[in-house]
Design a protein around this ligand. Structure first.
Ligand code: NDP
Ligand code: 8X3
Length: 273
């Protein structure tokens, strides 16, 4: 028989009778299958926040759902953020208990390639603009009307130091994250009168699958990115997200840059190799 801790059992009883659900918030996280998004799901679950986990890899969503359902209600949505029809269809047909979204974490995204502008790959450029910029906009467009109707909500956009500075060969990835920076500021202004909080977290180097994607599964090159210093971990960012979403309603953390201690800017890194 499945064994539950005393706290898990108490939570289960409250959820079963629908008591606690009235007070529990729900967060939708894009890119929950890996790295920062996955860690954020794990940390938010520890704070009794129900979860809508999104990504393209259903097997990973299922495994995470199995783990986290022990403590909170979890629903999964499998879509590509480039597919706007699928996004709207999935978000509009959420089961009733997940339809009020209190927190949106716009996290899905990646870099594709690291090449000078003159030799950059057009497919990589399309991927970065379509996923990091247009994908974030589509998901936001599907969720914001719900938040406006509720007269509350909290949107956290995962930007990057690449959205504050441009580094060699970062051209289009940096452009996509500069766009996220502008969208974050624009959203906060436009949603101001609706009582919706909007803020960005802009990490420096975090060890995730990010570099594997950027270097198209060249594992050695990807691993080298994180050698010779202590990079941030996905949990470091997830802990900050927990801090941001647990501030009292009158506090909105609008824009935050977070580096590992060894990093001083997008391209100043104290590596000891
Ligand atoms: P990972 O590669 O570990 O995770 C990326 C996540 O995005 C995955 O869950 C992936 O899910 C999802 N994703 C990617 N493309 C799509 C798509 N087309 N449709 C739906 N989901 C997609 O990287 P990180 O955790 O590091 O990245 C998360 C965010 O943090 C990104 O926005 C990244 O730019 C940003 N960031 C990362 C930093 C770092 O150093 N790692 C630093 C600064 C910012 P799936 O493949 O299942 O769809
Ligand atoms: C990810 C961090 O420095 O590779 O956004 O752009 S960096």
């Amino acid at each position: 028989m499945m064994s539950l801790t005393k706290d898990e059992a108490r939570l289960w009883v409250l959820q079963f009778f629908g008591i606690i659900n009235l007070y529990m918030k729900t967060a939708l996280i894009t890119g929950a299958t890996s790295g920062i998004g996955k860690s954020t799901a794990i940390e938010l679950a520890k704070h009794n926040i129900n979860l809508i986990l999104c990504g393209r890899r259903q097997d990973r969503l299922d495994t995470l759902k199995d783990d986290l359902s022990k403590s909170v209600n979890v629903h999964t949505l499998c879509f590509d953020v480039r597919d706007r029809e699928s996004i709207f269809k999935n978000i509009e047909s959420l089961p009733k208990e997940f339809s009020a979204i209190d927190i949106l974490i716009n996290n899905a995204g990646n870099a594709h390639g690291l090449d000078p502008i003159q030799t950059g790959d057009l497919d990589d450029w399309d991927a970065m603009i379509d996923i990091n910029v247009k994908g974030l906009l589509y998901v936001s467009k599907a969720v914001i009307p719900k938040m406006i109707a509720q007269k509350s909500g909290h949107i956290i956009n995962i930007g990057s130091i690449a959205g504050k500075e441009v580094y060699p060969n970062g051209n289009v990835y940096c452009a996509s994250k500069h766009a996220v920076d502008a969208i974050n500021n624009g959203m906060r202004i436009d949603l101001n009168t609706h009582g919706i909080r909007v803020g960005a977290i802009n990490p420096g180097l975090v060890e995730t699958e990010f570099s594997n994607v950027r270097f198209k599964n060249d594992t050695e090159r990807a691993n080298n990115v994180y050698k010779g210093y202590d990079p941030l971990t996905p949990k470091d960012i997830a802990d900050i997200i927990v801090f941001v979403v647990t501030r009292p309603y009158h506090v909105n953390i609008a824009d935050l840059v977070v580096f590992p201690t060894a990093q001083a800017s997008a391209y100043v890194l104290n590596k000891k190799l």
